[in-house]
Design a protein around this ligand. Structure first.
Ligand code: ZN
Length: 278
């Protein structure tokens, strides 16, 4: 029984500001430890629930955040960023039985959601898979769904937990903080969140057979609304991308992996193609 963990950071215990989660910033080293604690709690619960193998993929910023020296010997972890075509879900394949999204955050534009954004707070305002609006949670879940793997656990603030239930239905969630604004929350202590995450992770593995993979119907049109009209018009010049209104671009996708490739091209090109945000 194999569990795949995609670990972001904005949804980690106690994190409320970019100062907490960006390498080199004032609080980053503290919050690496707290993120590692959340991941360890999820690992512990997975093994208690019956998993015999756990693979973690680092999914935040440069994807080198978790302290591997604090993880148990039974797991392995994908760290680093270059050549990770699957991005936040690098390493997943049909051999896993359940996916966990740990320390995730709500989509851009969610009220009172800690550090809400979708991939880039300076580039992307909204993403739709067909008619369904999604954030990073949905984009990761639909890659798991491509391999018929259900997302069984989501951890983060109360808003990403709500987003998870709205999108995925009956999924286990562990709420580690209650958002007050984009940069303030009532946070539970690491001692408490470790218990909540561990229990939810155990239940998630035990209940994996009841949970359905998230599989939107392909082929479909995927749309991105950008922060600026300049960004949208730049992207719309690439082959296969069409402007549908001044800030929104659409493109046809054959399946979730195709959608991920095209979204990643847009995201990775942001500095090179777009320059400073007007
Ligand atoms: Zn992140």
């Amino acid at each position: 029984m194999k569990v795949f963990i995609s670990a972001d950071m904005e949804g980690a215990t106690g994190a409320v500001d970019w100062d907490d989660v960006m390498p080199g910033k004032r609080q980053y080293e503290r919050f690496r430890r707290l993120l590692t604690g959340d991941v360890n709690a999820a690992i512990g619960g997975a093994f208690e629930g019956g998993a015999d193998e756990v693979v973690i993929n680092e999914a935040h910023d440069g994807m080198m955040n978790i302290l591997i020296e604090e993880l148990p010997e039974e797991v392995s972890m994908i760290s680093g960023h270059d050549g990770k075509g699957m991005g936040m879900m690098e390493g997943i394949d049909g051999g896993f039985d359940a996916a966990f999204l740990v320390a995730y955050h709500a989509m851009e534009g969610t009220t009172a959601a800690i550090m809400n954004h979708t991939w880039s707070p300076t580039l992307i305002r909204k993403v739709w898979l067909g008619d369904l609006r999604v954030g990073e949670l949905g984009l990761s879940a639909h890659i798991a769904g491509h391999y018929d793997i259900p997302v069984a656990l989501v951890t983060g603030d109360d808003k990403v937990a709500r987003e998870a239930v709205a999108l995925l239905g009956d999924v286990e969630t562990a709420v580690v903080k209650h958002g007050i604004s984009r940069y303030a929350a009532r946070c539970l202590t690491p001692a408490k969140t470790a218990k909540l995450i561990r229990e939810a992770a155990r239940r998630a593995v035990e209940r994996r057979g009841e949970l359905r993979p998230f599989k939107p119907a392909y082929p479909m049109e995927v749309r991105i609304e950008f922060m600026s009209a300049l960004q949208a018009s730049n992207v719309s010049r690439a082959p296969g991308f069409a402007l549908v209104d001044p800030t929104t671009v659409s493109f046809a996708c054959g399946d979730a992996l195709d959608a991920n490739t095209k979204l990643s091209e847009v995201f990775r090109g942001r500095d090179r193609v777009f320059g400073p945000i007007p």
